[in-house]
Each structure stands twice: as structure tokens, then as C-alpha cells.
Write a protein that binds this ligand. Structure first.
Ligand SMILES: NC(=O)c1ccc[n+]([C@@H]2O[C@H](COP(=O)([O-])OP(=O)(O)OC[C@H]3O[C@@H](n4cnc5c(N)ncnc54)[C@H](O)[C@@H]3O)[C@@H](O)[C@H]2O)c1
Length: 328
């Protein structure tokens, strides 16, 4: 697994061990930390390597039967805008090195973590939709270099599949995964862990700032449901050479204000919310149609409700904040 010390990697690692696999986690610890693996860390092979370096990548992937490729520069939208060229250079380079290593090491099954950011931003300018269908990615016009890099990754895999008949690939366009172990940094984290962080530190940390109007819509899927889909997708590669690209997200959309209200209610605190519209909203609505995933991953459907998921994140974030502050 590349990116094994990150948010999704840490959960995938636990599941793969539970399922009886031998696991190697590769990461350069740019954003991830081996501590995320908790007690799993002692049961997996930990490889600290920079996948921007081809030699290190070739070595790190040697001997694998399956590669879950998760390593990438990931952040909130502010990171993608501020560091657009780094995101492009690093993410395309990491992908190309990993794909080369998969071919050279003749690893027959590869899972690629793509993103809902591959879709044109023009389709995401109203809170009400449309829900994004897989074929809407073309004609291509992602708004961010992050989305372009994922689209290039998908495209590269199409060429690899044509040339190497022994290769099997699953491509999931993940939309709004959230859960414990996610980055809670106020500048680089995604909205749910960041709001939980703000709530856990309220009233010491004020104001309780939410960027935008609250009327924007998104869809979020709890990490356990994401991992179920990953494992099913790789199992399905027994019978098919190319699975996807398919949207991996939750059905339906929620307003940001509902997310905020849920976090506030879970925290049990009388928080005053400040919607900050100083920065123009870039994406007004983002939700994916998930019918294809349900069809391809027979029997799969998201199960964890938003309320349950946010309570579990709040608990995790409150514990980490207390630890940082030396209270636990
Ligand atoms: N979380 C989501 O909602 C979401 C949505 C769409 C796509 N994805 C994709 O899923 C994958 C995992 O995302 P995540 O949320 O766990 O992010 P994350 O940042 O927690 O994990 C990514 C990991 O990649 C590692 N990494 C970065 N550069 C590296 C390099 N040069 N060499 C080795 N390791 C490197 C980081 O240290 C980090 O541990 C990413 O490819 C991301 O683009 C995630």
C-alpha cells in the first residue's frame, strides 16, 4: 500500500490485516504518521520511501501481489490552490513512478485512488446539482491541478491496460471520505475534522469559523464504507481486467450548514457559528451518482449515517486535541 501512513491507508491497513493479508505500508511521512496505524504498526512492514524517486519506488514495490496506490499530496481546497504546481508535479510523478514499478515488478492487480475533483467545476456551480455521473468527466475541465493529475493517472492506466494484457486495475473516484485519523490541521484539513477540531477547542478557539454561506452542498462517506468498497473492488479483479472508474461516495447531498449543526450538536456546546464569506465559494455543489459502484461491487452500499460518523470523528478529534494539550 502506498500512502499507508495516511488517513485512508491506516484504515485499509487494519482491514487487510483482519482479512489475513500480509501488508507493506510505504510512505514518506509528508502528511501521514506511522502512529496512525496504532497497534497494526507492529504487524506490517513499514517502508519509509519517497515515491517521487523511481529507484526507491521500484525497490519498495518489489514482491507485491496487489498494490493499493493511495500516496498523493492531499489537502483542503486551499492547499490545492496555493500549491497548485507542487501538487501537479508531485502527484503526476508519484503516479508515473508507481505505474512503472507495477509494470517492472509485474504486479497483476492495482487499485488507484482517484477523486471527484476530476469532474469539471462548471458542473458544480449550483447547490442542487446535477449529481456527477462517471462519463461527465469528459470533456475534461477540472478546476484544480489536483483533479487534472488524477485524470492523467486514470488515462495512464488506460494505456497500461491496453499494452499489458496481464494487468488488472480498479479505479475509484473517491468523493468526501471522512473518519478518525484524518488531518485536523486548521489550514490543511478537510471540513469535518476541522469543524470537529474547532468545536473540541471551543470556547478557547474563537470564532467558530466556517468558510462560505452554509448553503453549499457536498456528500460525505464514512471511512468504513470506503474500505468495504476498496476490498470488494480488488476482489472483483479476479474476474475483470478493468473495474471503473466508478464514483465511490455516498448517495444524496447535504448542506454545509447541516454538517455544522451536526458537529455543534454532537459537541454538546452552545457554539456561535460564524459563516465567513470573505473568500468566494468555488464549488457550490458536489455529489456523485453512485449507481455504478453499487452495480460493480455487488451488495455494497454505504451504511454509516452522517450523525454516527460525525460522532465517531468528534470523539477521535477531541481525544487527539486533549492529548496535544497534555490533558490525556
Ligand atoms: N480523503 C478523501 O476524501 C479523498 C477523496 C478523493 C481522493 N482521495 C485519494 O485517496 C488517497 C488517500 O488520501 P488520504 O485522504 O488518506 O490522504 P492522506 O494525505 O492522509 O494520505 C496520503 C499519504 O501519501 C503520503 N505521501 C505523499 N507524498 C508521498 C511521497 N512522495 N512518497 C510517499 N508517500 C507520500 C502522505 O505522507 C500521506 O500519508 C489519495 O490518493 C487521495 O488523493 C481521498
Amino acid at each position: 500500500m502506498t500512502g499507508g501512513a495516511g488517513f485512508i491507508g491506516s484504515h485499509l491497513c487494519r482491514r487487510l490485516l483482519e482479512n489475513g493479508n500480509r501488508v507493506r505500508c510505504i510512505d514518506n511521512l509528508h502528511r501521514g504518521a506511522w502512529e496512525n496505524l496504532g497497534d497494526c504498526a507492529s504487524q506490517v512492514e513499514l517502508v519509509t520511501a519517497d515515491l517521487r524517486n523511481l529507484d526507491q519506488t521500484l525497490e519498495a514495490l518489489k514482491g507485491a501481489d496487489v498494490v493499493y496506490h493511495l500516496a498523493s499530496i492531499v489537502g483542503g481546497i486551499g492547499v490545492y490552490i496555493k500549491h497548485a504546481s507542487t501538487v501537479w508535479l508531485d502527484n503526476t510523478l508519484i503516479d508515473q513512478n508507481v505505474f512503472r514499478a507495477v509494470i517492472q515488478n509485474r504486479i497483476s492487480r492495482l487499485f488507484y485512488a482517484s477523486s471527484g475533483h476530476v469532474y469539471p467545476e462548471a458542473l458544480q456551480q449550483t447547490p442542487s446539482g446535477p449529481d456527477l455521473l462517471e462519463d461527465m468527466a469528459y470533456p475534461a475541465q477540472p478546476g484544480l491541478s489536483y483533479g487534472w493529475a488524477k485524470l492523467m493517472g486514470e488515462k495512464s492506466l488506460g494505456y497500461l491496460l491496453d499494452e499489458h494484457q496481464w494487468l488488472h486495475v480498479a479505479l475509484a473516484r473517491i468523493v468526501g471520505a471522512y473518519g478518525p485519523n484524518q488531518d485536523i490541521d486548521l489550514d490543511t484539513g478537510a471540513i469535518i475534522p476541522v469543524l470537529c477540531h474547532r468545536a473540541a477547542r471551543w470556547p478557547d478557539l474563537q470564532p467558530f469559523r466556517v468558510w462560505g454561506t452554509g448553503q453549499e452542498t457536498r456528500s460525505y462517506i464514512f471511512i468504513d464504507d470506503v474500505i468495504d468498497a476498496f476490498v470488494r473492488a480488488v476482489d472483483a479483479l479476479e474476474h475483470t481486467r478493468c473495474l471503473g472508474p466508478f464514483n465511490l461516495g455516498n448517495h444524496g447531498r447535504v448542506t454545509i450548514s447541516r454538517i455544522v449543526d451536526t458537529v455543534v450538536s454532537v459537541s454538546g456546546k452552545p457554539i456561535d457559528v460564524f459563516y465567513d464569506t470573505a473568500v468566494a465559494t468555488r464549488i457550490w455543489g458536489q455529489a456523485a451518482d453512485t449507481a455504478l459502484a453499487r452495480r460493480l461491487l455487488s451488495g455494497w452500499a454505504p451504511r454509516v449515517s452522517l450523525e454516527d460518523g460525525i460522532s465517531r470523528v468528534y470523539e477521535d478529534v477531541a481525544r487527539r486535541v486533549a492529548q496535544r494539550e497534555g490533558h490525556a
